[in-house]
Ligand binder design. Structure first.
Ligand code: PMT
Length: 223
């Protein structure tokens, strides 16, 4: 059994995808199932953390023992995180947040017409970036980077740009890694080092991330 080495640590995790409505019956989304984020919640609960899960639509059962906030859109996820960020020690963004939303949400179902349909999108806020800007010295921020090329460079770029302490670089083009699988292949990228992990279950990946977070907290408090 894992020790309860995260007892009392307040942790917020985002998980899953967003659904960005076009009209009452259609939406734009992505392939995230929530498995990675929910695995972090499960691992953290076992280790005694006080966990808040902000989740987009997912087929997974809400974990018992966590405070779960269900959202649909990127804007709702943004609001839910921002309302709770101050009371957290650690924030982990595992969600595949929608970067864009349809500019118009049609009140009525769009009717089929001759010719092509053009939908204009506008940007959603970047949750991680904003958390990084407001972050206190005693808080730790962890992001995920789902990439298909230049995985480590892109992850390091996001780490620096978003003011995070750790990024989990996820090469989603490898089999057994990324969206929908029960396993993942990641590299932990922090300000000092890169730690490549082998193929592991998402629960094991979750524990490795939490081990690293705990290490960073210990190092920081002894400074
Ligand atoms: O849910 P699963 O099916 O298990 O799949 C897991 C996963 C592949 C979704 C997960 O492991 C993962 O990589 N999640 C991050 C996916 C992603 O959107 O990466 P990104 O490189 O686009 O975003 C970088 C970081 O910024 C992420 O921490 C993301 O949560 C955050 N972000 C992105 C956009 C935005 N508007 N706001 C954000 O906070």
């Amino acid at each position: 059994d894992k020790p309860r080495d995260l007892a009392g640590v307040r942790l917020l995790v985002t998980a899953g995808r967003n659904a960005e409505p076009i009209d009452p019956v259609r939406y734009v989304t992505n392939r995230s199932t929530g498995k990675m984020g929910y695995a972090i919640v499960e691992a953290a609960l076992r280790r005694g953390a006080l966990v808040t899960l902000v989740t987009g639509p997912s087929e997974l059962a809400p974990p018992s023992g966590a405070t779960t906030v269900q959202v649909q859109t990127g804007l709702e996820m943004y609001e839910a995180v921002m309302a709770r960020v101050e009371e957290q020690d650690v924030i982990i963004g595992a969600a595949a947040v929608a970067d864009y939303r349809p500019k118009l949400r049609h009140e009525q179902k769009l009717k089929k017409k001759e010719g092509n349909l053009l939908i204009e999108f506008e940007r959603n806020p970047d949750i991680l970036l904003e958390v990084g800007q407001r972050k206190r010295d005693d808080q730790l921020l962890v992001g995920f980077a789902a990439e298909t090329e230049n995985v480590l460079e892109n992850a390091r770029g996001k780490l620096m740009r978003k003011g995070a302490d750790l990024f989990v670089a996820n090469d989603v083009s490898q089999s057994g890694a990324g969206f929908g699988t029960d396993t993942n292949i990641v590299t932990l990228v922090d300000r000092e080092a890169e730690i490549a992990l082998p193929l592991l279950s998402k629960l094991e990946v979750a524990d490795r991330i939490l081990d690293h977070v705990l290490n960073m907290r210990t190092r920081r408090s002894s400074r």
